[in-house]
Design a protein around this ligand. Structure first.
Ligand code: IFM
Length: 647
């Protein structure tokens, strides 16, 4: 804490610190009071508060201390906060004195009372430390180090430098200052968080409930791939080790116990592997990863990464329903579309799109890594699923979303509720299944039925009656979450689809609706933090239309970064170079970007003299014009790229 007395008087101040301790298992602390209230130990010894409950089992001591001598302390939350009070008006602070009482049993905390005189114009640093170590000797050593002059500032500088070198890997300057600050700082910070935590632990997510989500973690690698090298390799290897021999994957897993869950498969989990692995190889050039051997989850058998990928595709190839569309199983990306039914025949058109996209990525990978012999087979699989979807799933103006166990269509104009689903249109385009004509028509219908001032609703109209054969989506209130909420994650794919269609103005409009700083203007309605993405915003059919919920751990973060940088700016790592293919709003005059790719830093200037959305006219690399729109790989440390858009 840095204090400066800017008043014209000398001040006598009382400072209070407060840290709640967990008894090594926060969930148990919260719901097993008969135990936790009778086991806590917390006490003052020398100038420390120690909390060593269960030291015998875990050999960990938590502590709290200050660089300044303290006049008083509390070790029990009830003592410090006081009956009927909260952290907003703690009894200890109101009374100006603490109880100086050790506890044996109770609700452990560390609170310190430091008195400080600060004369006019003076400033002073006060350090409060909370930490854990194995022994009291270690605690003393560590804390004394932090108390030595300059040490803490140096450590803080290290943290700042650490983030600076991450942010410096991708710095942009566009005509929008909000976008610049978001892409240069906030979005990279959030995608790092989701990379580590998946949908595990946050104020909205109980870590022990879900652990690492399988589909989630795969998607969480897409955005931050440019920031991570070994760690990305590590996470992908871990994900592959939670895949079964037949190709399906666990739905989630716990890192420390290595337990996976979800034997009853979801229809999409395994397919995301193809997208995450190909993205990793394009970014890193690490084709050797394909030969790495990794065991399957339920057996001692190992397969190479390439074999794991083939197995994933195989699972979707052989598990199809009456229309030859992939089986829906328990659910697909939409956890709440539960279509399997008693016959197990529900089909997911959306998984068909994901499967087709995965096939295209895999075919490209085979071509670029000398595995030409595999190409024909997968091209044939891709041709088949594309044809099947186009003949069974086109509804006239858009693609349907699924078929239930009885073959009833979902996401059709014939339905009363859920006539059109956003994902079925955006993925029709992204997957490469839709023709340009159908793709444009489907996305126009999205604009007509799902678009709103706060973003795109996941479907229209919301379900208003419980329907067992469609699943839990039908019991959410209309406009919330998967039942026609503005699911931010799914909005990213609409932006992507619009870029593929070349409609940069629409893509930017959708992007800006969800950009968190935009929420500053509607803060009292939106309620979520204006510097992170939230999972969902209440949709137009809900009374709180515009209210955001579940910020931080959402796939929106990774995909937004990916879509903005790969598709709007159009800077896409590829196996043999950096693709430049912007799809920007026509009113932008251009932008600049500094982007690390492999070992090289690319400084790019993109000019848009004709005020168009996309289409590269010329690219010059270090002053030399190159053909096409791929900046070739180089061993150089820095490369200058000048791009002019034009017809
Ligand atoms: O796709 C899921 C995700 O895995 C967890 N949150 C909800 C999403 C949509 O159902």
């Amino acid at each position: 804490l840095h204090l400066k007395n800017e008043t014209t008087e000398d001040l006598d101040l009382s400072l209070f610190s407060y840290a709640e301790f967990s008894i090594f298992d926060a969930a148990n602390d919260r719901d097993n009071y008969q135990y936790t209230y009778n086991i806590a130990t917390c006490y003052k010894e020398d100038s420390y508060i120690f909390h060593d409950t269960l030291y015998c089992l875990y050999k960990i001591i938590a502590y709290h201390c200050s660089s300044h001598q303290f006049q008083g302390f509390d070790c029990d939350r009830e003592d410090f906060i006081g009956p009927y009070n909260t952290e907003a008006n703690p009894r200890g602070v109101l009374a100006g004195r603490l109880n100086n009482k050790n506890i044996s049993g109770g609700n452990p905390c560390g609170a310190l009372h430091v008195d400080l005189s600060l004369s006019e114009g003076k400033e002073e640093d006060i350090l409060f430390i909370i930490g854990i170590e194995e022994t009291k000797e270690a605690i003393k050593k560590v804390s004394q180090r932090y108390f030595s002059p300059g040490y803490t500032e140096e450590r803080l500088q290290e943290v700042k430098d650490y983030w600076r070198q991450i942010f410096d890997r991708f710095i942009i300057e566009t005509p929008s200052s909000e976008i610049n600050s978001f892409i240069n700082v906030w979005n990279p910070y959030q995608i790092r968080t989701t990379f580590y935590l998946s949908r595990g632990a946050s104020i909205y997510e109980g870590g022990i409930r879900r652990g690492m989500g399988y589909r989630d973690s795969n998607q969480d690698t897409l955005g931050p791939a440019y920031q991570l090298d070994d760690e990305l390799h590590g996470l992908l290897s871990e994900l592959l080790s939670f895949q079964y021999e037949d190709g399906k994957a666990c739905h989630g897993y716990f890192k420390m116990s290595r337990e996976g869950y979800g034997e009853d498969p979801y229809s999409d989990d395994h397919l995301w592997l193809i997208l995450s692995i190909t993205n990793y190889i394009k970014e890193s050039g690490d084709t050797a990863f394909l030969d790495k051997k990794i065991p399957y989850y339920e057996s001692t058998k190992e397969g190479t990464v390439f074999q794991h990928m083939e197995q994933a595709l195989e699972f979707s190839r052989v598990n199809y329903g009456d229309h030859h569309i992939p089986l829906a199983f328990h659910a697909d990306w939409n956890d709440c579309l539960n279509l399997r039914g008693p016959r197990g025949k529900g089909e997911s058109v959306w998984v068909g799109f994901l499967y087709h996209r995965a096939l295209l990525e895999f075919i490209e990978l085979c071509r670029m890594t000398g595995k030409e012999d595999r190409v024909k087979k997968y091209e044939e699989d891709a041709r088949k699923i594309k044809e099947i979807i186009n003949s069974h799933a086109w509804d006239g103006y858009w693609y349907v979303r699924a078929f239930d166990d009885n073959g009833r269509v979902i996401g059709s104009n014939k339905n009363k509720y859920g006539k059109i689903f956003l994902n079925a249109q955006s993925w029709a385009v992204y997957s490469g299944v839709a023709s340009l004509e159908r793709g444009k028509c489907a996305m126009d219908m999205v604009r007509k039925h799902c678009f709103s001032e706060h973003g795109l609703a996941l479907l229209w109209p919301a379900f208003r009656e419980y329907d067992r054969s469609i699943g839990s989506i039908t019991f959410y209130p209309p406009g919330l979450k998967e039942n026609a909420g503005i699911f931010c994650h799914a909005n990213t794919w609409a932006i992507l689809a619009e870029c593929i269609l070349g409609r940069g103005d629409i893509a930017m409009e959708y992007y800006m609706r969800l950009l968190p700083p935009h929420a500053n203007e509607i803060a009292t309605l939106h309620k979520s933090e204006p510097y992170v993405y939230a999972q969902v915003i209440a949709g137009p059919e809900h009374q709180d239309f515009g209210l955001a919920r579940n910020s931080w751990l959402t796939g929106t973060a990774s995909w937004m970064f990916y879509v903005f940088t790969h598709y709007i700016l159009g800077i896409r790592p590829f196996y043999n170079g950096l693709i430049i293919d912007p799809c920007i709003p026509s009113y932008w005059e251009g932008f600049t970007a500094k982007r690390q790719f492999r070992k090289t830093m690319y400084t790019m200037t993109v000019k848009n003299p004709e005020k168009i959305c996309g289409g590269v006219k010329t690219i010059a690399v270090d002053g030399k014009v190159v053909q096409g729109n791929i900046v070739p790989l180089t061993s150089g440390k820095e490369v200058k790229v000048e791009v002019v858009l034009g017809k």
